[in-house]
Design a protein around this ligand. Structure first.
Ligand code: MG
Length: 227
């Protein structure tokens, strides 16, 4: 049987952290570097954590060294569970059911393709009990550029399932034009979902293979994926 691979974005697609990620990054500025200030104007949407760190360091005059990046991300991941616990972070409509359906279908495999660092992804998904759905993934640890991440996810999925997934059966599900671009960059299909910062209209302008207002309609989701 031909197998379909679904690669999920996290923020704005699976869940909404209600600013917990940004707040943890902001507080880590203080705990790690003794600095404080606003993140206004920093572009978070669809960016990898490492791309966000680059912007934060430029804004606050922190030297962009591997050591500083590591210290800052350690500080961020350490704060994240507490900040999440005090937030109204939530799983987006229909997602938990779609993940369960995907896990139950023998013809479907699923993993992550996210701008989060791996440890941050684990905390965010683990907060809602969703981490175990994803045996493989590509993360900001692999590259600062989201468009580089597809091949990492594909390679790990091929290794894990022993299947040479054909690209017309690989779907990247995400909430921003960056997710659509990322699918294009590795030859996969793009399913855009308007549960993040971008409207359905805007997403459609970037010509994804499919676009949905949210993931609450099982029929619409599986018809789009074709599995
Ligand atoms: Mg997203």
């Amino acid at each position: 049987m031909q197998k379909t691979l679904i690669l999920w974005d996290i923020d704005g697609t699976i869940l909404h952290s209600s600013g917990a990620g940004m707040r943890s990054l902001n507080e880590a500025l203080t705990t790690v570097f003794g600095l404080s200030g606003t993140f206004e104007g920093i572009d978070f949407s669809g960016r990898t954590d490492r791309a966000i760190v680059r912007q934060v360091f430029a804004r606050f005059g922190i030297e962009h060294t591997p050591e500083n990046i590591e210290r800052y991300l350690d500080g961020y991941v350490a704060l994240l569970p507490t900040v999440l616990a005090g937030s109204d972070a939530r799983v987006l409509p229909g997602v938990a059911s779609r993940l369960e359906e995907a896990a139950a279908r023998p013809g479907v495999a699923q993993g992550l393709l996210t701008g989060n660092v791996r440890r941050g992804a684990q905390v965010k998904l683990g907060h809602h009990g969703l981490w175990d759905f994803f045996p493989v993934g590509a993360f900001a640890d692999d590259s600062e550029q989201r468009n580089d991440l597809g091949p990492y996810a594909l390679e790990r999925a091929r290794g894990h399932w022993g299947v040479d997934f054909s690209l017309e059966r690989v779907w990247i599900v995400g909430d921003t034009p960056h997710d659509i671009a990322c699918a294009r960059a590795c030859g996969a299909r793009a399913l855009a979902v308007a549960t993040g910062m971008s409207s359905l209209e805007e997403l459609r302008g970037h010509r994804p293979d499919a676009a949905l207002p949210d993931l609450s309609d099982a029929g619409a989701f599986w018809a789009a994926i074709g599995a």
